[in-house]
Design a protein around this ligand. Sequence first.
Ligand code: CP3
Length: 340
Amino acid sequence: MGSKLTDVLNRKAQNPPPVWLMRQAGRYLPEYRALRENAGSFWKMCVTPQLAAEITLQPVRRFGFDAAIIFSDIMLVPHALGLDVAFEEGLGPKLSPVEDVRTLDRDRAAWGRRLLPVYESLRLVREKLGTAALVGFAGAPWTLATYLAEGRGSPDQQKARLWMYRDPAGFSELVGVVSECVAFHLIEQLKAGADAVQLFDSWAGGLPAEEFERFVVAPTKSIVDKVRAERPEARIIGFPRGATLQGYEQYAAMTGVDAVSLDTAVPIGWAARTLGPKIALQGNLDPLALLVGGDALARAVDRILAVTANVPFIFNLGHGVLPNTPPENVAALVARVRAA
Ligand code: CP3
């Protein structure tokens, strides 16, 4: 089914552009907090299709976004690989660090069983979504490898970086197994009704150019190739957060994604001139401008709209909605984009 979002992913510029936000479901919404209180835990919501579907739909109902992103987490892939994942209140994910790639479960039937709740959630959302597009997602291999190596999020991803230099062959094997599981997960999400999928490489920043090429660009390309081999019409968005401008250019040229999502630091005018219109763009409003609202938000929105008017562009943030964002600022953002 055609949607504004898929039109843009097919390189057709839309005025006004479609709008949705990373982390549009979550703690800044009172209706999310109410459901979370009842459910008891974040993980339970991710693996209970009725709950995940309802949370996915909450922000679409409230704000009329052009896309719904399935409520899930990038940690579903480590779970599929047989690891015990826990979420600590306010701290994020925790798992036992992986030291040997042979401990990962490579059985695709087991992956399918562990990931089934996500596909059920997608089917439930698809039934109720109407004309908005449905977006599936996964963490990209490099970002997932940083969590596997460390056992948690870390500001500098030291364990993964050390492993990468000390044992490049072993680390490549780890990234390879994760890539297989990510490709599997994206294909199954498309089969379950996702109109597009997004790869989150949240920790792509700060890698030396050669390692960026080897552990961000190359695995992303291998996943895109695998997904397209099974679903030639698949629409894929990539988000190499924190990459250098040269990194973004290389990622856009080499991976085969339909769109790149831009973090807040990328000059949007540069991206529109350099990356568009061969590839669609998404992003890059500062989540802090959204949190502040008022004139600061209006100015930031207008600046982005001014340079993307004739570019295939999806209005979004440069990273996720922050928990203390007032919901009325989100409504103001959507109204301002729609008035363009
Ligand atoms: O609305 C959406 O965008 C869909 C849902 C979504 C979540 N996580 C829900 C979530 C998506 C797309 C993600 C991706 C994700 N998860 C990433 C990549 C994007 C990014 O933000 O960089 C990463 C690195 C994770 C891992 C993760 N999950 C962390 C680091 C945390 C803790 C951070 C925090 O805000 O507490 C989570 C938990 C998480 N994932 C929450 C939500 C709504 C908060 C859970 C809660 O306490 O209710």
